[in-house]
Design a protein around this ligand. Structure first.
Ligand SMILES: [Zn+2]
Length: 256
């Protein structure tokens, strides 16, 4: 990737940052990222990653835009009602940055299609809205050795974590949330969600993804950030790797 004069200008405020510079921006521009989900979290994630120049963005969602999405899913315009969310978001990202490659994937990725998409990128952002998808993404990321930026948001509160099973001591999503735990799943459709909450958490996911790609600062590995928007409070929990984890534990990896 060569940064020509136009690109040097477009990304100049990144390049000015000592922690990014030309080298960091080139890493961002050379990178490919899969964003699973083009809803409340996926919109700000994709808009920031696209604006910041991630070279190749895969945006996956099988849902269509409806009226109830528009209050918070800022990548979709009213005119996009009835359109696939991945298509609608890809168009919004391209309008901001026509210099990058944006590929919509018009389905809820599962099984082999999920593995193929994850294998094709450098980093995965989980912007999905259900446990089954989160666990499927986590398993594929561990097996394929890809870093995963995970976020979730409901009501007024959200959480954020980064996982990279190639790093000693990094837990995986399953270490944190064992999937045999049978908790009732809260959905935005039933519980409601405050509009800018998904922007806060999605922007933090984009922040972690871009830091990771640029190799700037310290990634949020081994910790879970909990954001309480009603009280404007942030808590940080340490999350160790579970040696007996069936996804990332030694036995699981040897069997795999
Ligand atoms: Zn694990």
């Amino acid at each position: 990737m060569i940064l020509n004069d136009d690109l040097l200008l477009r990304y100049s405020r990144h390049i000015l940052l000592p922690d990014v510079g030309v080298a960091g921006q080139m890493r961002i521009s050379d990178a490919s990222v899969l964003v699973v989900g083009a809803g409340g979290l996926g919109c700000p994630v994709a808009l920031y990653l696209g604006a910041a120049g991630v070279g190749r963005l895969l945006l996956a969602d099988g849902d269509i835009v409806d009226m109830t999405n528009l209050q918070r899913q800022i990548g979709h315009a009213t005119a996009a009602i009835g359109e696939n969310k991945a298509d609608s978001l890809a168009r919004s990202v391209r309008a901001i940055n026509p210099e990058i490659d944006v590929q919509p994937i018009r389905e809820a990725l599962t099984d082999a299609a999920l593995d193929d998409a994850i294998a094709a990128v450098d980093l995965v952002v989980d912007a999905s809205d259900n446990f089954a998808t989160r666990h499927a993404i986590n398993r594929a990321c561990v097996q394929l050795g890809k870093p995963l930026v995970s976020g979730a948001a409901i009501g007024f509160s959200g959480q954020l974590a980064v996982f990279d099973s190639r790093r000693v001591g990094s837990p995986c999503y399953h270490c944190l949330f064992p999937d045999h735990v049978d908790e009732p799943e809260l959905r935005c459709a039933e519980a409601g969600v405050f509009a800018p909450l998904v922007g806060v958490i999605g922007a933090m996911q984009a922040m972690e993804a871009l830091k990771y790609l640029a190799q700037a600062g310290e990634p949020l590995i081994g910790k879970l950030l909990l954001w309480d928007g009603l009280r404007s409070e942030v808590r940080m929990m340490k999350v160790p790797r579970d040696p007996a984890c069936p996804v990332c534990g030694q036995a699981a990896l040897q069997a795999g």
